[in-house]
Write a protein of this length. Sequence first.
Length: 95
Amino acid sequence: MASKSELYYSTNVHIAVEVGDSDYLHDLLSGRLKDSKTKILGELNVQNKKLQTALILAVATNKIAAVQPLLSAGCDPDLQDKDGNTALHLAIKNK
């Protein structure tokens, strides 16, 4: 689980991935929550304190069920975390 300071820099998408709540993530990405879709789609590539996008966080924390929905929603797979890793780099390292 992320520390309070890490959550401070996180979006709702980061938090849904971190806690492994796939239903909440789906609701965020699909716009089921009132006024969420426009806001959430604008936050997909926001990076937290460790420069992790929600996609990188999903791979780093082995929340594999979140990866495809995040990619389908438009997460950029080429962004890097503070160590220079993309989601693909981490997937290969964690295999």
